[in-house]
Design a protein around this ligand. Structure first.
Ligand SMILES: Cc1cc2nc3c(=O)[nH]c(=O)nc-3n(C[C@H](O)[C@H](O)[C@H](O)COP(=O)(O)OP(=O)(O)OC[C@H]3O[C@@H](n4cnc5c(N)ncnc54)[C@H](O)[C@@H]3O)c2cc1C
Length: 386
């Protein structure tokens, strides 16, 4: 892929209707939708693809359904059951008939999404450091190592440490969770489901996710004051699965706090981790990155057509996401302060069965427990289709 596109290029290559910084799931989702609606989109990332992305690679059914194209070529395993424990004891299995999660490797998944996005007509380029962002009534300009780029709208999809967010001062209330992961090459045969171990980390959990040829093992916390070290991960892996120690251990932050994100007004929108849209309960971020990218694309294309305020329109479209995040924030506060009780509840058929059915139908957590009408309709539809 081309290196820096803005050096020694004709002036028109430095312009786009929409500039998107960050080619992860959020940026690609926004770029794809804008391109198929006819917008000139320039998608920038600081690295070439494929690149490593620290992530467990668990895509829920709702995340896969939200994508505009099938992702079968990059699915490494499909999982229909979960196993949960508290303090590494009382392991219970929640089994379902239908898939609840599709496992991918993020480097392959992200590269695949980028290729689909480029095939839809999006230009992609690697960009150097971004120094300055300025918004006027007519558009936005971005100063990078390679020069100035002008666009009518800017979407910041550049992850939890978003440069666009820092330079524009939007959403200072972002909070960071933390995930540390490693790879165990040989799979003990008993690991067939997604494993969650609550109480291993304050405000989070340990996980063991099976993939085609290895296990992904990790620790997650939603709390900014909790540290997770490499040794914590090694200790967890050794207690949980024994055998070979995890390799390629690495950690990264997750963008939280998006229930407070208000896009305001104007031409600069944040999506995905840049806007703190990770679900704090489970640390799932790909779904909201995709949904927010698509909502940002709808808001921007409406503004391109009508001249309206893209941020206002985006704010309205983002309300269901912020509602789900607020619910998840409250649920995680209760769950992680009483993990033993939470574990007992999840292990009971009264909560476990609807949870598995809801996940398999691709429903967000609040809808599973607080929207009986929608829940029953989805289950009925699924049974009818089967
Ligand atoms: C250890 C761990 C495990 C996780 N496991 C899961 C999971 O199993 N399932 C799940 O749904 N979520 C998981 N998440 C969360 C998930 O990875 C993120 O929520 C998701 O990737 C967010 O997508 P995004 O597009 O907003 O940002 P990202 O995927 O972070 O993409 C941002 C892109 O912006 C680029 N970028 C950054 N800065 C700049 C810059 N200055 N200029 C240009 N480009 C830039 C980056 O190179 C990157 O390509 C996990 C996170 C961690 C840390």
């Amino acid at each position: 892929m081309c290196p820096d596109p803005f050096v020694d290029r004709p002036a028109d290559s430095r312009k786009a209707d929409v500039l998107i910084v960050g080619a992860g799931p959020g940026g690609c989702a926004a770029a794809y939708d804008l391109a198929i609606r006819g917008a000139r989109v320039l998608l920038l990332d600081r690295t070439e693809f494929p690149r490593r992305k620290i992530c467990a690679g668990g895509l829920t059914v709702k995340a896969v359904r939200a994508l505009r194209y099938p992702i079968d070529p990059v699915i490494r395993k499909t999982v229909s059951s979960l196993s949960i424990s508290c303090r590494m004891r009382n392991r219970r299995q929640l089994s379902g008939v239908d898939p609840v999660c599709h496992m991918v490797e993020r480097s392959a998944f992200d590269h695949y999404c980028l290729r689909q996005t480029m095939a839809a007509g999006v230009r992609f380029a690697v960009v150097g450091r971004i120094h300055h962002v300025a918004e006027t009534v007519r558009g936005v300009s971005l100063v990078t190592d390679g020069g100035r780029i002008r666009c009518r709208f800017l979407i910041g999809a550049d992850g939890v440490h978003s440069r666009v967010r820092q330079l524009t001062g939007r959403f200072p209330e972002i909070r960071a969770g933390l995930g540390v992961e490693g790879i165990v090459e040989s799979i003990p045969t008993r690991e067939r489901c997604l494993g969650f171990d609550f109480s291993r980390v304050p405000g989070g959990y340990g996980w063991v996710f099976p993939k085609a040829g290895h296990l992904n093992v990790g620790l997650y916390t939603s709390r900014a004051d909790v540290r997770i070290t490499r040794q914590d991960l090694l200790d967890y892996a050794s207690a949980r699965i024994g055998g070979p120690l995890p390799m390629h251990v690495a950690g990264f932050h997750l963008g939280l706090g998006g229930w407070r994100y208000r896009p305001g007004h104007g031409r600069i929108l944040l999506v995905g981790d840049a806007a703190g849209l990770v679900d704090p309960l489970l640390g799932e971020g790909v779904y909201h990155a995709v949904i927010s990218g698509q909502q940002a694309a709808s808001a921007v294309s409406e503004a391109l057509e009508t001249g309206g305020d893209a941020c206002r329109s985006y704010a309205r479209r983002l309300l269901p996401v912020r509602r789900d995040l607020l619910f998840s924030r409250l649920a995680s506060a209760v769950f992680y302060s009483l993990p033993a009780a939470g574990h007992l509840l999840l292990a009971s058929p009264a909560a476990g069965s609807p949870l598995m059915d809801g996940f398999a139908c691709g429903m967000p957590l609040p809808d599973i427990f607080f929207n009986p009408h929608r829940f029953i309709k989805k289950i009925w539809l699924r049974n009818k289709i089967l």
